[in-house]
Write a protein that binds this ligand. Structure first.
Ligand SMILES: Nc1ncnc2c1ncn2[C@@H]1O[C@H](COP(=O)(O)OP(=O)(O)OP(=O)(O)O)[C@@H](O)[C@H]1O
Ligand SMILES: [Mg+2]
Length: 256
């Protein structure tokens, strides 16, 4: 694929109700995007439960939250030195928190921010993540369940918001709320829905999906995804499967 050299980074984030498949689909998207070795992909796990690392088979040694806590400790104990010194320490720490596997880098955010304090530290980290993202062609963020908890450190930079739901009315309602709330919080270019774990086309056709959710397509219930999860195997090892093929179609619609 020919891509212009100065192409802007596409920052893709996945949100939706608990358990609908955000982590599995994030890993599937990383799998698809990274098949071209010329593309650099940054996977960010914004869920404190760090499920994406196991779905990708990448070990987490340090999270952004660990770096933040260490920085706060240094500031409070007067060890932080000048601004320059603090920034170079942060650069180094951020680099050491990045796990790499071929053309994929992985960063885990850790626990959500505690509101109200340490604003300066939060800003510095947000800026660092945003400048890190610029070195990649694609950033894929496995978000948390609700928009209220969506981590501001990463969400403000999102260009493509993927809403994930299962066939349930509850799942669809959650993504509707997420889309409404996120309109003010995120200046995304495009948002679209992936309906996960359907049995067949007729099940999809029976769903009453509000048109404003911009449905990208549906993903079948896929035994490969299930069994890889059960065996603790990386979704990056899946060459092809019905779910991967369907995610690929949805991605094409989203990124076109
Ligand atoms: N298309 C699919 N076919 C079969 N199983 C799937 C599919 N998508 C997800 N699953 C399974 O559903 C379960 C939940 O998926 P996953 O962990 O990706 O959801 P999640 O939205 O990230 O959950 P959480 O909100 O807890 O982070 C997992 O066991 C996963 O293997
Ligand atoms: Mg998850």
């Amino acid at each position: 694929m020919n891509e212009p050299e100065n192409k802007k980074t596409a920052v893709i984030a996945l949100c939706g109700k608990g358990g609908v498949g955000k982590t599995s689909l994030s890993a599937a998207i990383v799998n698809i995007l990274s098949t071209d070795p010329a593309r650099k992909v940054l996977a960010i796990d914004a869920d404190p439960a760090v499920g994406l690392s196991s779905a990708l088979g990448i070990a987490v040694t340090k999270t952004v939250d660990d770096i933040r806590n260490e920085l706060i400790r240094r500031v409070e104990s007067g060890e932080s030195g000048g601004k320059e010194q603090m920034l170079s320490m942060l650069d180094y720490e951020m680099f050491s928190a990045l796990a790499e596997r071929k053309n994929i880098a992985f960063l885990a955010i850790g626990r959500p921010e505690k509101e109200g304090c340490y604003c300066q530290v939060n800003h510095i980290l947000k800026d660092l993540i945003a400048s890190l993202a610029k070195n990649f062609d694609y950033v894929v963020i496995d978000g948390e369940a609700g928009i209220e908890q969506v981590n501001r450190r990463v969400m403000e930079t999102v260009t493509h918001l993927i809403l994930v739901s299962d066939a349930s009315a509850k799942g669809i309602n959650v993504v509707k709320t997420i889309k409404d709330v996120s309109k003010d919080a995120i200046a995304y270019e495009k948002a679209g829905l992936m309906v996960n774990r359907l049995r067949d086309q007729s099940e999809f056709e029976k769903l009453a999906i509000p048109p404003e959710l911009n449905c990208l397509g549906w993903i079948p219930e896929d035994n490969t995804i299930r069994s890889f999860d059960i065996d603790g195997r990386s979704i990056l090892e899946i060459d092809d499967s019905p779910a991967i093929a369907a995610v690929k179609n949805c991605l094409n619609v989203m990124l076109s």
